[in-house]
Write a protein that binds this ligand. Structure first.
Ligand code: PEP
Length: 238
């Protein structure tokens, strides 16, 4: 069983989403665990259709006067079970710091929502051989004040920033090196066997390569998550 997390990002108008939803209901997940992360305005559509649902974001504040924000408590009250945190697009466009990411994680865990924490290096960082250093910093900041029990309820998504939406993916060996680094680090510090997903340009063509990576618990899908036919082919190959 692999986790298959669909990150729709800011895509699909209402009519398109309704058609997509009907098609997704017919998708055979072959025993894999599908988690759908639609835009917030469609969360209830996917919840009512009995999907396991994640949000793409949550506020770092508990409640109150934060126009446009959605809190972890609100998400929980709806039935949302997972939330993406620290996605590179949020780090880049919304200037999310590791400290803010840590606040979000702690609020989510208080509300019994499992955070899916995205970490990964930029192309410059990869080229200057600082991937592990970057990921260490991201994890150290995000895991501040977390207990072993907290970490037990977290999932990590390794998403190299340069791979997201680019069509380029790391080699099998590169992914293996990074995920075993993350797994060892978390085991040494928290005694937890953390679940790790890979995300970044996964598609129905390259899944054969990525699926050979040892120790992966699943995939975070962006672009391909909008195309049910491609996902059908991808899932058939798992
Ligand atoms: C993502 O942004 O989380 C992602 C995996 O995107 P893509 O598959 O389009 O690279």
């Amino acid at each position: 069983m692999k986790y298959i997390v669909l990150n729709h990002k800011m895509n699909m108008d209402y009519k398109t989403m309704k058609i997509y939803l009907e098609q997704l209901k017919k998708l055979d997940t072959k025993g894999n665990k599908l988690i759908v992360c639609p835009s917030d305005i469609y969360l209830t559509n996917f919840l009512e259709a009995q999907f396991i649902v994640g949000s793409q974001n949550a506020s770092s504040n508990k409640d109150g006067a934060y126009t446009g924000e959605v809190s972890a408590a609100q998400l929980r009250s709806l039935g949302v079970k997972y939330t993406l945190v620290g996605h590179s697009e949020r780090r880049k466009y919304f200037k999310e710091s590791n400290q803010e990411i840590n606040k979000k994680i702690r609020l989510l865990l208080l509300n019994k929502i499992k955070p899916i924490l995205c970490v990964g290096e930029s192309l410059n960082e990869k080229n200057s051989d600082s991937t592990k250093e970057v990921i260490f910093k991201q994890l150290k900041g995000a895991f501040d004040k977390l207990s072993k029990k907290n970490v037990d309820n977290l999932i990590i998504a390794y998403e190299p920033v340069w791979a997201i939406g680019s069509g380029n993916i790391p080699t099998k060996e590169e992914i293996e090196t990074v995920i075993s680094y993350i797994k060892d680090l978390i085991f040494q510090n928290f005694n937890v066997n953390i679940k790790i997903l890979y995300g970044g340009s996964v598609n129905e063509k390259n899944i054969d390569i990525i699926n050979q990576v040892q120790g992966l618990d699943g995939y975070l899908l962006g672009t391909v998550s909008l195309d049910i036919e491609k996902m059908r082919v991808l899932i058939d190959k798992l």
